[in-house]
Design a protein around this ligand. Structure first.
Ligand code: FES
Length: 71
């Protein structure tokens, strides 16, 4: 499914960029070599990036939400 119609970026491409370290909407666009156009896809890409972030330290069980919220 296309996430960004303007740039023909699909969900698989977004997932791949996140797996390779993209941590923001801007870094997803940069990794795809694209530039935002209309901006309608921004909230969906933001949700996909956010869903991929860890919410707890896998080694120690620490809650990382406050650290993520401070970014
Ligand atoms: S849908 Fe992504 S910039 Fe328009």
């Amino acid at each position: 499914m296309y996430v960004c119609v303007c740039n023909a970026i699909n969900c698989k491409s977004v997932r791949r960029t996140v797996e390779n370290g993209a941590s923001s909407v801007a870094s997803v666009f940069k990794a795809c070599g694209k530039t935002p156009q209309c901006g309608r896809c921004v909230s969906m890409i933001r949700d996909m990036v956010g869903a991929a972030r860890p919410t707890a330290c896998n080694d120690h069980g620490h809650d990382m939400a406050p650290a993520i919220a401070a970014e």
